[in-house]
Write a protein that binds this ligand. Structure first.
Ligand code: B12
Length: 184
């Protein structure tokens, strides 16, 4: 499959950071898939648009590293920017959208439905490759969620084509995992 991993983080305080988490996610994807990383620190909006048109990704992973800047004196929240990115991507691609990252992990049960992505992977992204393989085979990850569980949880909210399929988002608690309230 053609996979695009996007780091939308452009925060420059205290300095721009390399999206190293996406390297780990990329490394989990078997080599026969094609993977590209788009770091918005160095890629303009127009360049991202051109990349989408040329590459035609089938799966897009979005890294939500920061949900806010944790600055009491000058607070910034980035959730709306992620939402805008998701709707912009939806208007330009049919790709399956997957969210993850350290900011996302803080409250995935809130962020996932708010963004309206197709899947959210909670915890380490090294299981992303399993999800890509399942999607390629058109398997429904919901049928055997234990395959994707490590120490953490996999949750998803099956939105397609901008609409909810009417199913509730699911969460699964493997042994040793932390509890997460089910989405409604
Ligand atoms: C090191 C660090 C820093 C360093 C970064 C140094 C550098 N050159 O990279 C410094 C001190 C500069 C820093 C600054 C900031 N940080 Co900081 N930082 C961290 C820390 C401790 C580790 C980050 C890291 O590198 N992890 C290692 C990588 C490999 O892991 P990862 O990115 O999490 O990626 C994994 C998963 O998240 C997941 N994943 C990631 N992306 C994706 C995408 C998909 C699709 C999927 C499926 C999975 C996935 O898979 C990856 C592999 O397992 C985390 C806390 C933590 N323990 O995670 C905070 C943390 C990321 N920082 C945070 C914050 C807020 C900031 C600042 C805004 C603080 C500030 N006001 O200055 C700035 C922002 C900087 C910027 N420009 O963006 C918050 C973000 C959460 C939030 N509140 O929004 C965290 C989580 C701390 C916290 N608990 O509040 N930070």
């Amino acid at each position: 499959m053609r996979v695009l991993l996007i780091s939308p983080n452009t925060l420059t305080v205290p300095y721009p950071v390399y999206p190293i988490g996406l390297d780990y996610v990329a490394g989990s994807i078997p080599a026969r898939h094609e993977v590209r990383i788009a770091d918005c620190n160095v890629l303009s909006h127009d360049e991202l648009e051109a990349l989408l048109a040329e590459y035609q990704p089938e799966v897009i992973g979005i890294s939500c590293r920061n949900i806010d800047n944790t600055e009491a004196g000058d607070p910034l929240c980035f959730i709306n920017r992620y939402k805008e990115l998701v709707s912009w991507l939806r208007s330009r691609t049919q790709a399956i959208l997957v969210c993850g990252g350290s900011g996302f992990n803080i409250m995935p049960e809130k962020i996932l439905p708010d963004l309206g992505v197709d899947y959210g992977l909670v915890g380490e992204g090294e299981r992303f490759g399993l999800l890509v393989e399942a999607l390629e085979k058109q398997e429904d990850p919901e049928r055997d969620p234990r395959r994707f569980d490590g120490l953490f949880l996999l949750i998803w909210h099956p939105y397609r084509e901008g609409r909810s399929l009417g199913r509730s988002a699911q969460s699964y608690l493997p042994a040793g995992g932390r509890p997460l309230s089910l989405l409604s």
